[in-house]
Design a protein around this ligand. Structure first.
Ligand SMILES: NC(=O)c1ccc[n+]([C@@H]2O[C@H](COP(=O)([O-])OP(=O)(O)OC[C@H]3O[C@@H](n4cnc5c(N)ncnc54)[C@H](OP(=O)(O)O)[C@@H]3O)[C@@H](O)[C@H]2O)c1
Length: 380
């Protein structure tokens, strides 16, 4: 099978319909970076304003200690959380699995334990805590959310980080594009506002975030160089529009980037791989270029001697999504834009697999083993 025909068979087209999403006014350009938690993991105050019947226990994946995938423990009798002030309780239809979940599992990113992992979900609101109706929600609304505790049938999430999903986008498609797509939109608009004609290097270009980044960059008119591991992943990156695809597990990607840019290098590097690729970024970046390190799939970037930036007058950034969508206005700006892209079919998603909840550990093994292409999802 040729690379092109292989790539065509990998892509899963989105449902098409007319976008109705309203775009908000321009988002603030100077945004604060905070680590404010999105929700309290174990809510106990049983005080709701509006509710429909839900059970008292649920299926969930709990971890009580850091470690390998084996610490993901499947429970069938975990208490259903109660939404407190400003929260809604969502019955999840699908939850997203993101690389960040592995950082909380291993302890690379510290978090209180016991913990239910999972930073996003989509489903129906089953009850509202006091004040949550001020966002216009009611029981039965289909919402996507960002928060914590997605590896479960029910999650209490901040209403401020829930958003109604327009008709015409399936639950699977919204989850394949939600946290990953918001990350990509904020990185290419705010961390480094990519311009038409610029040359951009994207590592892990067939991953959950990378596969969306390639498409967004092409829609801007950038020249995209994508790296990915293996033929299947390279085929996906190519099918999504990458101008050059490099199998960085088989080729010397630094030499190849220099070659295809005629020795000039790239305007910006989006690197979510970290430890294994960070030094190469300094070699392939142009004079006055920008390196965006936004993830640690192979391990974190070590402390950077700042003088390494001098020879080429470089800029570096280490952004996190939540610092760009802290206010409701920012959150709605980006979610509206994302939904419009998904609904119109301009942004295509690739679901790797929908794992049953009890197979969350296998999903982590696959994700960390570089076996996933596109986005892994979890079915609670
Ligand atoms: N800063 C933020 O706010 C933010 C938000 C979302 C995601 N992220 C980061 O973006 C990255 C992508 O997240 P994702 O959830 O979409 O994951 P993903 O890209 O679907 O999976 C990670 C990919 O990284 C590549 N990789 C390279 N070296 C690896 C190694 N040693 N071990 C494992 N994987 C390796 C693999 O692709 P190949 O096989 O093609 O090499 C793997 O499939 C992660 O680093 C994540 O932390 C950051």
């Amino acid at each position: 099978m040729s690379l092109r025909s292989l790539s065509r068979s990998l892509l899963r087209p989105m449902s098409m319909s007319t976008p109705t999403t309203t775009r908000l006014a321009a988002v603030h350009s100077h945004l604060q970076h905070t680590n404010t938690p999105l929700t309290t993991p174990h809510q106990t105050r049983p005080k709701t304003t509006t509710t429909m019947s839900s059970p008292t226990t649920m299926k969930a994946i709990e971890i009580t200690q850091t470690g390998g995938p084996e610490v993901l423990s499947y429970k069938t009798d975990h208490p259903v959380p109660q939404p407190v002030e400003g929260q809604v309780l969502v019955q999840n239809s699908i939850s997203g699995i993101n690389y960040i979940d592995t950082y909380f599992r291993t302890g690379l990113y510290p978090s209180p334990k016991p913990e239910i992992l999972g930073r996003e979900g989509v489903g129906a609101i089953v009850s509202l805590g006091p004040g949550a109706d001020s966002y216009g929600f009611k029981v039965g609304d289909r919402v996507a959310w960002l928060g914590t505790g997605g590896y479960a049938e029910y999650t209490a999430v901040p209403a401020a980080k829930a958003v109604k999903v327009p008709e015409g986008i399936s639950d699977e498609d919204v989850m394949a594009g939600f946290l990953s797509g918001l990350t990509v939109l904020t990185l290419v608009k705010e961390t480094y506002p990519v311009q038409k004609g610029e040359t951009v290097l994207v590592h892990a270009a067939a991953g959950g975030a990378g596969s969306l980044m390639v498409q967004v960059l092409k829609s801007i008119g950038a020249n995209v160089i994508g790296t990915a591991g293996g033929e299947v992943k390279c085929a996906l990156a190519q099918s999504l529009g990458a101008d050059t695809v490099i199998d960085y597990r088989a080729e010397d990607w630094v030499s190849k980037v220099k070659e295809v840019t005629g020795g000039k290098g790239v305007d910006v590097v989006y690197d979510s791989v970290g430890k294994d690729t960070w030094e190469g970024a300094l070699e392939v970046i142009k004079r006055k270029g920008t390196i965006v390190w936004f993830g640690n799939a192979s391990g974190p970037v070590p402390p950077l001697p700042i003088q390494k930036l001098s020879p080429k007058n470089l800029k570096v950034a280490r952004p996190q999504l939540f610092g760009y969508i802290e206010t409701r206005e920012e959150y709605e700006f980006y979610t509206n834009e994302l939904f419009a892209l998904l609904k119109s079919g301009q942004l295509k998603v690739k679901v790797h697999n929908v794992y049953p909840l009890e197979q969350a550990a296998q999903a982590h093994i696959d994700l960390e083993g570089r076996k996933t292409t596109g986005k892994p999802l979890l079915k609670p």
